[in-house]
Design a protein around this ligand. Sequence first.
Ligand code: 5RP
Length: 263
Amino acid sequence: MSWGLKNRVERLMKGGRTVMLAVDHGYFQGPTTGLEDPRKTITPLLPYADSLMLTRGVLRTSVDPDLEVPVVLRVSGGTSILKELSDEVVTTSIEEAIRLNASAVAVSVFVGSEHEKETLANLAELVNEGERYGMPVLAVTAVGREMARDARYLGLACRISAELGASIVKTYYCEDFSKVVNGCPVPVVIAGGKKLPERDALVLAQNAMAGGASGVDMGRNIFQSSDPVGMMKAVRAVVHEGARADDAFRLFDEGQAARQIAR
Ligand code: 5RP
């Protein structure tokens, strides 16, 4: 592994833990609730993000170039919620990722889906290219629609991604999550998934950290919150300070009340 690749991973995961802000949802689901105006959503959250995961389109149009937060560039896509989601191609080259000063590229793998093989080939191709330039690859794992999101299938997807050379793997939290982490020789971060009540999302983060996750790559549970900045701070407390979900939720609740009074 080259020094450059290691350096980029370190930038993303200082001290081995990370709170990534995922705002790439529009690449397959259009103007997602909370991301209709990406700049408006992203700007106030930047001071609290260890990295920003997004497409080149949103990076170019909605983020100023004096950005200091490392970028994880979503480079797979080419399909939409109206079609088969696993039918993805690589949409953005490693050279473009370098021009955009990305710290990693992200690609989805759909294990057990119709286009499993192609998505795994996308990952392998990006790892091969990434090794040439010192660019880490984050594998975003999904499993087939008919498969349970459990430790068996998520563990399968994570392990395959690591075997193909991903530097970081993103998955969903599940029961027996430590089995997923223990079977995966690279850092694992969790997606938040659909919007949950804030306290539940913090419990999810707490349980993932207890199960050995290196952090979160969270989107909707942040930017669809009634107080996105407060939620970022609360998630950071869980990930970086080991706060209990209840204490982090109190932080969120008190902060939200204070911000409402100030308005
Ligand atoms: C979609 C993604 C999203 O970034 C991911 O799902 C994280 O967002 P959320 O916390 O909203 O699930 O990679 O493929």
